[in-house]
Design a protein around this ligand. Structure first.
Ligand code: F6P
Length: 544
């Protein structure tokens, strides 16, 4: 049955209307048990969603909706390796990548032997490199590793590598290049020694334009500096589901690590796509990260919805988007090392659920997926928080912080945490007319000045947020954190009815870029292009 036609949907709609008049201040005042009821701890994570605009009853209704809409069955099908990615006829079995123990069947075949064998090969490679035993063409140990990839072949490992830089190898440089703009590769190459640099070309398809451009540039640079006869195998490894294409490029087959069609790019951090990350943090920390994710998987697959962290997080986001009408979700990490977390989540959420037709190709009854954006919270405070506080738009926020600092300096961590907690409280509870007036009276402002400034000094509050506290940035808690968001996205996809595991929407632009490329230099090739593109090309050709 269509989601919006069910009785539970109508009950939720009536409940939304009844709740609309209540502010977060009132909801907190009415229920002293609110925080206990609307927060969870799971291993090293604390999730406080008491500042969301909902009550226990909201969640109860949302859980009923999820039950009626087959979320339990959807989760079972995902873990069973069924072909839930129906437009590409494949499983979405990233959970197998962090699975330990029993076999993990995908379409009747146990994928674990291949998964474990690949992880062992990765660990041997990473250990040798970390021990200075991987030698370049001229016999010097490799000192810098460059991951060349984009999207899921870049964001996950880069984000996690940065988050775990406090435990990374002290003298190895691990770098990430994704952009087609030569400015990224060119400036990095200036800092590298070709004799001691290894490139890992990471591309599931091995056809991605950005990655192949950068890989070609790297190969040319090596040949220019080390001679045409450079032994590429000492300087290149690859990760791909199309190993033959990597061999054709010149990578030795012993240095090619597989991924499989059942691993989606944005879910691939746990596979050989994480090789550069494993080199940076070491195989043991990588295993701890997998174990943290696996614990979240087990919890997700077995906990009842009332105590299920990813399901709860998904329902809250669904409520905000589909009932309260929020257009976006701001992700605000209060931790410098989580700098890349918002961009990682952008791909995870928006490439997964940024769709307007259902799995069966029917138009959706409502828009799916919020616009995910964000920035380091403390920097954001001095940039866009003004709009969050007084802009009058509904913008749910995820605050994320680690209690223990990864790079402690006296006093910093306490101040950072207090900012994080203050912002979510200020957004939720605001400042009333009376409070603003009282503050100005205390400051002895004249009456006419108080009246003039009052509208500017009032904070309406009622801006919903959740706060996720990690005990620290450890491989295990970060593994659990990423798995949590992955599963949230999957559950939301089930509710909106989309296939969260394909990404057809990125194809058109790619195809058009290849069509336009020859016209950038040659006007004759611009036939048939639209007038705006022609004008852009004309200007570009004149200035190239
Ligand atoms: O952006 C589209 C996309 O296909 C992503 O899904 C993927 O993560 C990225 O490109 C890179 O793809 P590949 O690993 O095949 O180079």
């Amino acid at each position: 049955m269509m989601l919006t036609r069910s009785k539970t949907w109508r009950d939720l709609e009536a409940h939304r209307q009844a709740l609309a008049e209540k502010s977060l201040r009132e909801l907190f005042a009415e229920d002293p048990q609110r925080v206990a009821a609307l927060s969870f701890s799971f291993e090293g994570l604390f999730y406080d969603f008491s500042k969301q605009r909902l009550t226990g009853q909201t969640l109860q209704l949302l859980r009923a909706l999820a039950q009626e809409h087959g979320v339990e069955e959807g989760i079972r099908r995902m873990f069973a390796g069924e072909h839930i990615n129906n437009t590409e006829d494949r499983a979405a079995l990233h959970v197998a990548l962090r699975h330990s123990g029993t076999p993990f069947p995908s379409a009747g075949v146990d994928v674990m032997p291949e998964v474990l064998a690949t992880r062992r090969r990765m660990a041997e490679f990473a250990d040798r490199l970390r021990a200075g035993k991987c030698l370049g063409h001229q016999g010097a140990p490799i000192k810098d590793v460059v991951n060349i990839g984009i999207g899921g072949s870049d964001l996950g490992p880069k984000m996690m590598n940065y988050a775990l830089r406090s435990v990374a190898h002290p003298s190895l440089g691990v770098h990430y290049v994704s952009n087609l703009d030569g400015a990224q590769m060119a400036t990095l190459l200036q800092t590298l020694d070709p004799r001691t640099t290894l490139f890992i070309v990471v591309s599931k398809t091995f056809t991605t334009q950005e990655t192949l451009f950068n890989a070609n540039t790297a190969r040319t640079w090596l040949r220019a500096n080390l001679g045409e006869d450079v032994v590429l195998q000492n300087h290149f490894a690859a990760v791909s589901s199309k190993p033959e294409r990597a061999v054709e490029f010149g990578v030795n087959k012993d240095c090619i690590f597989p991924i499989w069609d059942w691993v989606g790019g944005r879910y691939s951090l746990w596979s050989a796509v994480g090789l550069a990350l494993m080199i940076a943090i070491g195989p043991q920390a990588f295993d701890e990260m997998l174990a943290g994710a696996e614990r979240m998987d087990r919890h997700f697959a077995s906990a009842p919805f009332e105590r299920n962290l990813p399901v709860t997080m998904a329902l809250i986001g669904f409520w905000n988007t589909s009932f309260l009408g929020a257009e976006s979700l701001a992700v605000l990490p209060y931790n410098e090392s989580l700098k890349y977390f918002p961009s990682f989540l952008q791909q995870l959420e928006m490439e997964s659920n940024g769709k307007s037709v259902s799995r069966d190709g029917e138009p959706l009854a409502m828009p799916a997926c919020p616009i995910v954006w964000g920035e380091l919270g403390n920097n954001g405070q001095h940039a866009f928080f003004q709009l969050l506080h007084q802009g009058g738009r509904l913008i749910p926020c995820d605050f994320i912080a680690a209690v223990h600092a990864d790079f402690p300096l006296p006093g910093h961590q306490e101040a950072l945490l207090s900012n994080c907690f203050a912002q979510s409280a200020a957004l939720a509870f605001g400042k009333t007319d009376a409070e603003a007036r009282r503050d100005m009276e205390k400051a002895m402002l004249p009456v006419h000045e108080i009246e003039r400034l009052l509208p500017h000094r009032v904070f309406k509050g009622n801006q919903p947020s959740s706060t996720l506290l990690l005990d620290g940035l450890t491989p295990a808690t970060l593994g659990a954190l990423v798995a949590l968001y992955e599963h949230k996205v999957a559950v939301q996809g089930m509710l909106w009815g989309v296939n969260s595991f394909d990404q057809w929407g990125v194809e058109l632009g790619k195809a058009m870029a290849s069509q336009i490329l020859p016209a950038v230099r040659d006007a004759a090739q611009a036939q048939g292009l639209d007038a705006s593109t022609q004008a852009l090309l004309d200007f570009s050709r004149r200035h190239l």
